[in-house]
Design a protein around this ligand. Sequence first.
Ligand code: WQD
Length: 346
Amino acid sequence: MSSLKKILVTGGAGYIGSHTIVELLMSRPGCEVISIDNFSNPNTLRDMMQRVKAVTGREVKNYAIDICDMKELRGVFEANPGIDGVIHFAAFKSVPESVADPQKYFNNNIGSLENILECLKLYGVKNFIFSSSCSVYGDSKLVRVDEESPLGKAASPYAETKQKGEEAVKKFSAANQGIASISLRYFNPVGAYVSEKGSIGESSKLTSNLVPIIVSVAAGRRKELVVYGTDYDTTDGTCIRDYIHVSDIASAHVAALEYLAAGKAFSNYSVINLGTGNGVSVLEAIAAFEKATGQKLNYSMGPRRDGDVPAVYSVNRKAVELLGWNPKHSLEDMMRTAWTWEQSSS
Ligand code: WQD
């Protein structure tokens, strides 16, 4: 990462953002990282930069500004000249909240992205990574999706902001050949970075996601897990997803920055799936948790949840071949680290 000395991470105190900062600092000690995070996500831990310092020994300055405020955003770029790359995680990401208030999601998620893209041009930043999501595949009937798979209708305004965000980055790249960009489509990030120096993760207090709910039920913070739907046309009737350890997602961001900086990319815009390529059902995830932790989980079967697709998981060949990346963590690692984080943070 010789030509990448200074990286700006927006949403740096968030779940994937903080893991990516840890991965950048641990694997590229010569790299300086700056973060922007205004803690608007209630699940974001306010002491995250202290946790990052405990784990890496490195100070990361965080600017608690609103990226939708162009004056404030430009102030960060002006205070930190020579930024080589930007990773843009910052966005609202609650599916139910996006349904309740779509305008808030479009204004924030698209507005912040447009400001970031403008600053790439204004401040000569040559490498950009956009945080996208497998939710762009929408209600595609395909189960195993690659980057050329047609995108279905977005299941929520959140997912639509990711579809529109990718379109904006694609058009920006076509008009700015000197700037290289990648949209990374995360499947289901789970787990946590745990070490003897400390750990980082996300708060599971306000989540609707499976794995944080599993660990909070096991910790006795929630009464039971309800399995949403057992009558799907899948191996055991429950939904299938591609769970991937958040540290594997983080290492893919480092590999993607290096890929961009190396200038070997065939075009200046790529879309890349980040998943393990394995489909796991809800019941299989529960069994993996119980096996990895020895905890017996209290769960019951319930009705389907609106908006859930029966099964979706990735073809990750492009990430493997272009980025030279491979997910390292098993499903049991994901469950074990999620459980360790829950116990250390509750
Ligand atoms: C997974 C499965 C539920 C809770 C994710 C996130 C996000 C995005 C990918 C990037 C589903 C079932 C859940 C519960 C359950 N990635 N479940 N009981 O819906 O795939 O959404 O999409 O943006 O990671 O938005 O993840 O964890 O909510 O659900 O049975 O109490 O677990 O029905 O089948 P999902 P999830």
